[in-house]
Ligand binder design. Structure first.
Ligand SMILES: Nc1ncnc2c1ncn2[C@@H]1O[C@H](COP(=O)(O)OP(=O)(O)OP(=O)(O)O)[C@@H](O)[C@H]1O
Ligand SMILES: [Mg+2]
Length: 364
């Protein structure tokens, strides 16, 4: 058992609050990914769990035990740092053994654990090398190995893949998933890369400016983002946003935006009078813009011009110009859009997202 709980956690440096009102729980054996833009407080939160940073107020519980005052070595967590932090004068084996030697674990047990970790991470033939004789990906694996041998209750990863090139990052992402499936241990993984978060996490914690914005499974935060920040942070290409006025005419709801009328079915927007004739922001993912003529009924069609088309192998991104200063992006698999041509599209209405421009919160 190793769940991790945060109660009213706060971190300040002098007058500046870095993390505020952090309340959530990571279940035993969960792969929790904390994601958010640079500077939002991810590393600080991880370092507080590890005991490398003191807590201004609130509590961290590991296995229902308050760890605020517990030194790092007593917390049974192991952290993998972004820059690997290997000891340059030690071999791979010495790097991996070091923490266990410090804990006076006997040599047979150390050898057993190091061999086991080296096998899992395919490092067995590199065990006598120095860090400088390893590639970036291999160094990263040694850093992970150093955490594995400690048999921690919780693994903490701080952007472990950010120093690797795109291809290696993809490979290591799969390795980390395999490792998780093998070890079945609680993992807390920090990244600013939403794709990493979506592919690895069983639970995603989205942060911005020191505050939690939303917690959920990857599919939940993708399908039902709580607010504009989450909506724009999660998903590639990014969600399109259309600011407009909600109109109620002939018993039907419309959004008027950039001189176009977008039909809003009642089921997508439980009618609340307070939004009629008011400004709202409609969010629509590129995948939810329908370009196939045969699927668009007359009432819902919108006409505009294609601006540019990006070819991406299995699909293309069609950028549609709504006005001189507004384009929206649609994803297509049919490859028949040409720049500057007229296009008819419609929105996949069950999947529209509506936000209040003042509060930035979701309203449907
Ligand atoms: N020792 C410190 N003293 C004062 N401010 C600090 C200190 N350490 C971090 N900060 C500030 O706290 C905020 C959060 O930093 P943190 O390193 O946790 O961000 P992060 O989300 O990990 O960002 P990145 O994605 O760039 O790694 C930043 O604004 C940073 O400048
Ligand atoms: Mg960081």
């Amino acid at each position: 058992m190793a769940d991790v709980k945060f109660i009213n956690l706060k971190k300040s440096y002098d007058e500046t609050t870095i993390l505020d009102n952090i309340n959530f729980k990571i279940q035993d054996k969960e792969f929790a990914v904390i994601v958010g833009p640079s500077g939002c407080g991810k590393t600080t939160l991880l370092r507080m769990i590890a005991g490398l940073e003191n807590i201004t107020s609130g509590e961290i519980l590991i296995d229902n035990t308050k760890v605020n005052e517990l030194p790092p070595s007593k917390r049974e967590v192991a952290m993998v740092f972004q820059d690997y932090a290997l000891y340059p004068h030690m071999t791979v084996k010495e790097n991996m053994s070091f923490a266990l030697k410090m804990k006076k674990v006997n040599q047979d047990e150390i050898d057993k654990r190091v061999n086991e970790a080296a096998n899992i991470l395919q490092l067995s033939n590199l065990i006598s090398r120095m860090p400088k004789q390893l590639s970036g990906g291999q160094r990263q694996r040694v850093a992970i190995g150093r955490a594995i041998v400690r048999h921690p209750k919780v693994f903490l990863f701080d952007e472990p893949l950010s120093n690797l090139d795109a291809k290696l990052r993809e490979e290591m992402r799969i390795e980390i998933l395999k490792l998780y499936q093998k070890l079945q241990t609680t993992m807390i993984y920090v990244t600013h890369d939403q794709i990493e978060a979506m592919t690895l996490a069983s639970k995603v914690i989205i942060m911005n400016k020191g505050k939690i914005q939303q917690i959920g499974t990857p599919i939940e935060v993708y399908k039902k983002p709580n607010n504009l920040f989450v909506a724009s942070f999660i998903g590639t290409p990014t969600m399109n946003f259309l600011k407009g006025i909600i109109l109620f005419e002939n018993q039907k709801l419309y959004l008027k935006s950039h001189d176009k009328f977008f039909f809003i079915p009642n089921f997508a927007f439980p009618l609340s009078d307070k939004y009629i004739n008011k400004e709202v922001i409609l969010g629509i993912r590129p995948d939810d813009i329908i370009l196939d003529d045969s699927k668009i009924d007359v009432e819902n069609k919108v006409e505009a011009n294609v601006d540019v088309v990006e070819l991406l192998g299995p699909r293309e991104n069609v950028h549609i110009r709504l006005s001189s200063d507004k384009t929206i992006c649609a994803t297509s698999h049919s490859f028949n859009s040409t720049p500057n041509s007229k296009i008819i599209f419609s929105l996949n209405y069950p999947n529209i997202h509506l936000f209040d421009p003042k509060t930035q919160e979701r309203i449907n």
